[in-house]
Design a binder for this molecule. Structure first.
Ligand code: 13P
Length: 254
């Protein structure tokens, strides 16, 4: 049984005060849906105060990135040890980090490995561009990203990993991938690749989210797909009512 996981990726939205105020209001709303794992990923500067509000509660905290070195002269970077005690999850390989920070598959693999070493659970994001999608190369491309991200990661460590399939053309565009299409890529290119690498048991236990224009009105469609185990949500996770409805829909369908 894979527990559904809904994570709100707040990207570069909400000040520290807004983040703290939001989680104070969100927590009682999300409390009832205990069959769903609920995670918020605020900006780095809000992690400590948000973690203080949520410590021991029904809602978990994730970071949006992590450096791939333990420490050193890396101005602007946040080391995995600095996140320990603050977060349970860390998003790695988001398409925006790949694009704006120039992160490569190799960087993402290093980040996943060091995160695991520090007891942080990676949410590894993969997904193709519109060009790749239109060229019919999605499965090969996404499968390649999955293989690269997981290189050198053991079957045992896979229990701590979540993969998020986020087609870049569906992020923040309002143009979501249909639930059928998302399930097809997730079951084939993501879970299928993990099955090739680690076998049936690991692949069957791996939680895979869909991300890209997930909203309250399409959430139930995604959640009713057999291979989709949750969602990584941007825009809709910034709104109290929407975030609550997403978790509620997941709790009902799954
Ligand atoms: P939207 O839900 O705003 O499309 O963002 C998806 C995303 O990038 C989550 O990581």
């Amino acid at each position: 049984m894979r527990q559904t996981i809904i994570a709100g990726n707040w990207k570069m939205y909400k000040t520290v005060a807004e983040s703290v105020d939001f989680v104070r209001q969100l927590l009682p709303r999300l409390e009832p849906f205990s069959n769903v794992e609920r995670v918020v990923c605020p900006t780095f500067v809000a992690l400590a105060p948000v973690a203080d509000v949520l410590r021991g509660s029904a809602v978990k905290v994730g970071a949006q990135n992590v450096a791939f070195n333990k420490e050193g002269a890396y101005t602007s970077q946040i080391a995995p040890g600095m996140l320990q005690g603050l977060v349970e999850y860390v998003i790695i390989g988001h398409s925006e980090a790949r694009k704006y920070l120039g992160e490569t598959d190799e960087d993402i693999n290093k980040k996943a490995k060091i995160a695991l070493e520090y007891g942080l659970k990676p949410i590894i994001a993969v997904g193709e561009s519109l060009e790749t999608y239109e060229a019919g190369q999605t499965a090969a491309f996404v499968g390649g990203q999955v293989r690269a991200a997981l290189s050198g990661i053991s079957a045992e460590q896979m229990a701590s990993i979540v993969i998020a399939y986020e087609p870049i053309w569906a992020i923040g565009t309002g143009k979501n991938a249909s639930a059928d299409l998302a399930n097809q890529i997730i079951s084939g290119a993501v879970r299928g690749t993990v099955r090739d690498l680690y076998g049936d048991a690991v692949a069957g236990a791996l939680r895979i989210q869909y991300g890209g224009s997930v909203k309250p009105d399409n959430m139930a469609d995604y959640m009713s797909q057999p291979d989709i185990d949750g969602a990584l949500v941007g825009g809709a996770s910034l709104k109290l009512d929407d975030f609550t409805k997403l978790v509620e829909a997941a709790a009902q369908v799954k």
